[in-house]
Ligand binder design. Sequence first.
Ligand code: ZN
Length: 124
Amino acid sequence: MRTQRKNWIAIFPNGREVLNLHSPRGLAEYLRRIEEMLERQGGICCLSRFCPLCPGKLLLREACFEHEEGRGASGGHRDDRIWVEGRAQNGAAHYWCNSWKGSKRLSRFPSVMRESSEASSKDV
Ligand SMILES: [Zn+2]
């Protein structure tokens, strides 16, 4: 399988997706995914338990795309997918929490929805 490149998205052979934020469609999809992540997190910032600046509750206008890194074959590369094989990936965070995290590497990505989605999943 070759990398599929469209003007708004690139899909790599391992499934990794990178949206083109310079294209209206890519940007719209990016924002839609942030909104979906915010919803699956129950309106709480995904860094709430880690960032001392975080008030917890996250409004859409404060939300940015928090990339989880270092997982799986795509480690170290940006992956804009928010679901990978039925599991939640990435999260929505306050932009100030995102910048607090900055270059810090959290050993485990604190996606609040991951725990509940894993709890309800039947796979091992
Ligand atoms: Zn936050």
